[in-house]
Design a protein around this ligand. Structure first.
Ligand code: ADP
Ligand code: MG
Length: 248
C-alpha cells in the first residue's frame, strides 16, 4: 500500500486548554486526490484544518505528512515541509502588487528559482500576469482566490490545503475557483479542501468526510455522498434554522 500524503489520526485541538474543539478526528489524503471536509456551521472544520496546518494548538493525536510527523510543527515551518495552507480570509496582501504577493510567497526559495516559479504561475494563471503591477486589492473575489492559490503553489507543496475557497464569491466565481482546483489536481497536486458549498465541492472531490462536533462522522466517495441519506441527515438537515427571536 502506498503511503498517504496526509494521515491525521485522532486529532484533538482547541483554543483553550481543556476545551477541545477538534475531538479525535481522523482522515487520510492519498497522492493526487482531492479530499473534501464538509460539515455544518461550527462543526470545527476550520479549527481542524488550522490544527493540521499548525495554527491551532494540538493536544492529542498525530499528523503525518508524507510519513513525517508534523503534529507539533509551528505554522511557519509547514511550508518548508511541503504543506501549503490557504486560509479563508486574509490570504493575500491587498496593498501589494500581484507580483510582490507572489515574490513574498516565494521568499523561502532562492531568488532565481522564485523568479522561475512566478513565471510558471503566470503561465498557469494568465489573469495574474496581465495585472501583475496592480495592487491585489483591486482584483475580483475570484481572482483574489486565484492569487492566494498561486501564492501557495509557488513552493510546489506536497499538499495544498484550503479553507472554504468559495466563501463569499458569486456563483460565477465559485465555478471558476472549483474549475481551477480541478485543473491544479490534473497537473498532479494533492488537495485537502474544507467547504460549506457541498454540492460544488463533491463535484470535484474524490472522497469526502463529514465532520460533526469535531470528529469525522461519515466518509465516502464524493460522487456518492451527495445522495447519501446519512449525509443528508448529518449535514444538509442541520442547516441553522433559528426560530423567530432565536434561542435565549
Ligand atoms: N479563534 C477562536 N477562539 C476560540 N474559539 C474558536 C475560535 N475559532 C473558532 N472557535 C470555536 O470553535 C468552534 C468551531 O468553529 P470552526 O472551526 O470555525 O467551525 P466551522 O469552520 O466548521 O464553521 C465554534 O464553536 C467556534 O466558536
Ligand atoms: Mg470555517
Amino acid at each position: 500500500m502506498t503511503r498517504p500524503i496526509l494521515e491525521v489520526v485522532g486529532l484533538v485541538a482547541g483554543y483553550e486548554p481543556g476545551v477541545p474543539i477538534v475531538r479525535g478526528a481522523s482522515i487520510r489524503v492519498d497522492k493526487g486526490e482531492i479530499v473534501v471536509v464538509l460539515g455544518p456551521n461550527g462543526a470545527g472544520k476550520s479549527s481542524f484544518i488550522k490544527a493540521v496546518a499548525g495554527l491551532v494548538p494540538v493536544s492529542g493525536g498525530t499528523v503525518l505528512l508524507d510519513g513525517d510527523d508534523i503534529t507539533t510543527l509551528p505554522a511557519h515551518q509547514m511550508v518548508r515541509r511541503g504543506l501549503a495552507f490557504v486560509p479563508q480570509t486574509e490570504n493575500i496582501f491587498p496593498l501589494m502588487s500581484i507580483e510582490d504577493n507572489l515574490r513574498t510567497a516565494g521568499g523561502i526559495l532562492k531568488p532565481k528559482l522564485a523568479a522561475e516559479r512566478i513565471e510558471r504561475m503566470y503561465e498557469t494563471f494568465p489573469d495574474l500576469k496581465s495585472f501583475r503591477r496592480i495592487s491585489a486589492g483591486n482584483l475580483s473575489g475570484g481572482q483574489r482566490q486565484m492569487l492566494a492559490v498561486a501564492r501557495a503553489l509557488i513552493v510546489e507543496p506536497k499538499l495544498l490545503v484550503l479553507d472554504e475557497p468559495s466563501a463569499g464569491l458569486s456563483p460565477k466565481f465559485v465555478s471558476m475557483v472549483f474549475s481551477m482546483l480541478g485543473d491544479i489536481r490534473r497537473a498532479g497536486m494533492t488537495i485537502l479542501l474544507v467547504e460549506q458549498n457541498a454540492k460544488a465541492a463533491l463535484a470535484i472531490g474524490d472522497r469526502a468526510y463529514v465532520l460533526v462536533e469535531g470528529k469525522e462522522a461519515h466518509e465516502g466517495v464524493a460522487s456518492e455522498l451527495w445522495n447519501d441519506p446519512v449525509v443528508a441527515e448529518l449535514y444538509l438537515g442541520q442547516r441553522p434554522h433559528q426560530p423567530p427571536g432565536g434561542e435565549l
